[in-house]
Design a binder for this molecule. Structure first.
Ligand SMILES: [Zn+2]
Length: 478
């Protein structure tokens, strides 16, 4: 692609930025909460709005696709770059997390508001900005030059935030029309404001419910206390046994499949591992609260390549309305982030075995494993990664950081595998201040523009390679 064409497409991004922002605000106003049945129509409305935007960008055959009653995916394509040009699949999602505690938002989660160069609202950063960025990158090329440097497929999912339950069925049904040589997923984030990130490692996830039951129903704690075991205390003991003094998981056998960190993984990241206080402050850790995890392991490695255990829910009696009773039962939902190599089902089995060995007083135990997903990681090398690094460097005017992420994006592995293990490039619009999934979610508007510029450059960079070249250098697991 001649440099002046690239410059024209970049100018189109700048010229269209205000319109892009209006498109993003239109999407943010639609509460497309995929987890809430009462928002089903909203998820549909956001799919339709996304489809209109993709169509306006010049994508063809734009349509909504559902499988087995799923929330709608939006798909589209542009296939006129010729059979020798590679095909790039652009992924984002249009559904969002629930807003959480609405009172803790400084502004209405579903009314976008700009403050200090950031746009606040649910889905601004995760991931409606990703969907709009794809449309804008495509639109910039088509407006400025009438063509794209490569063939493009676009998938904007409607149920990423509930774990992509229909993804397998969707990919099976649409595999042929979506067949691509490289994936570009705009659902990750940047290292920090102004410094782009390219993510090559994600932790896995498995969730296990543990329930202990002592009684048919609650009994008087004065009449029976001292003789009847308290299921809440029993549960607390069991939970406490699942972590060590650093807060690292201590479930029996859990570390068997965790590879020791390589020298490269242990290497401290300047400006991060040497500044744990800044990291703690950025998260809002209260004064005096220490970070968890083995202090001998750099913080970034604790977050990216080691398992972590969190109790994300407890069933007991709330304090309000409580009375002098021994509860009949208590339950906890335990969420485990998994290191590369850990199998979610095997981890769930280990949790079950660990708990079975520790149930006090012979209480009734019920353990239920929910859906899980393994970690994903690759070696960030080869022509596709080189193109991404170059595009991000120029788009942001800063050297990109090759990074891991402690979170899980379960669809990345299945997506890459569906097309023969093609390379996956994870970039995106969020940054450490974006509070995705939290209250006051926000998007840095300057970085968003840089991301769109980088995506314009990336399409040119990928379009300059042959499909075989991009696929051949598919990076295996690290
Ligand atoms: Zn997301």
């Amino acid at each position: 692609m001649p440099p002046e064409r690239v410059a024209d497409a970049l100018r189109a991004i700048d010229a269209g930025f205000d319109a892009a922002r209006r498109d993003l605000e239109e999407l943010v106003r639609i509460p497309s909460v995929s987890a809430a049945p009462e928002h089903r129509a909203d998820v549909h409305a956001s799919a339709e709005a996304t489809a209109r935007q993709l169509e306006r960008a010049g994508l063809e055959r734009v349509r909504l696709a559902t499988v087995d009653g799923s929330h709608p995916y939006v798909i589209g394509e542009w296939s006129h770059a010729g059979p020798d040009a590679p095909t790039v699949l652009l992924y984002a999602h249009h559904d969002v997390q629930p807003p959480g505690v609405v009172e803790r938002w400084a502004s209405d989660p579903f009314v976008p508001e700009e403050r200090g160069g950031r746009l606040y609202g649910r889905g601004t950063a995760d991931d409606k900005a990703g969907a709009v960025a794809h449309a804008c990158a495509v639109g910039a090329w088509l407006t400025a030059t009438g063509a794209l440097p490569c063939n493009v497929r676009v998938v904007v999912e409607g149920e990423e935030e509930i774990g992509s339950p229909s993804l397998h069925a969707f990919l099976t049904r649409h595999r042929d029309e979506l067949r691509s040589d490289v994936l570009v997923l705009a659902d990750a984030g940047n290292w920090r404001v102004g410094v782009p990130g390219l993510t090559y490692s994600l932790r896995g996830l498995v969730t296990v419910d543990v329930e202990l039951r002592a009684l048919d129903g609650p009994v008087h704690s004065g009449m029976a206390g001292g003789a009847v075991p308290d299921p809440m205390m029993a549960l607390a003991r069991v939970l406490a046994s699942m972590v060590d003094e650093h807060g690292d998981p201590a479930v029996d056998g859990l570390w068997d499949d965790v590879a020791p960190l390589s020298a490269r993984q242990r290497e401290p990241i300047a400006g991060f591992d040497d500044a744990p206080d800044a990291y703690a402050r950025a998260l809002g850790l209260r004064p005096g609260v220490r970070l968890a995890g083995d202090p001998g392991v750099p913080v970034h490695a604790r977050l990216w390549w080691r398992p972590a255990l969190t109790v994300i829910g407890i069933d007991a009696h709330p304090i309000t309305g409580s009375s002098n009773q021994i509860l009949a039962r208590a339950a906890a939902r335990v969420s485990l982030r998994l290191a590369p190599g850990q199998d979610p089902r095997r981890v769930a089995d280990r949790v079950r075995a660990h708990v079975e060995r520790r149930v006090p007083f012979g209480l009734e135990l019920h353990v239920r494993a929910l859906d899980g997903a393994p970690a994903w990681s690759c070696s960030p090398e080869g022509p596709a990664f080189d193109a991404a690094v170059a595009a991000l460097r120029e788009g942001f005017g800063a050297e990109p950081v090759l990074m891991g992420v402690g979170g899980s994006i379960p669809f990345v592995g299945p997506f890459a595998d569906a097309f023969g293990g093609i390379p996956a490039l994870l970039l995106g619009p969020s940054d450490p201040h974006s509070r995705i999934h939290g209250e006051d979610e926000s998007l840095h508007l300057g970085d968003w523009r840089s991301l769109m510029r980088a995506e314009v450059l990336l399409l040119a960079g990928l379009g300059a390679r042959s499909p075989d070249e991009l696929r051949a250098a598919t990076a295996g697991p690290r």
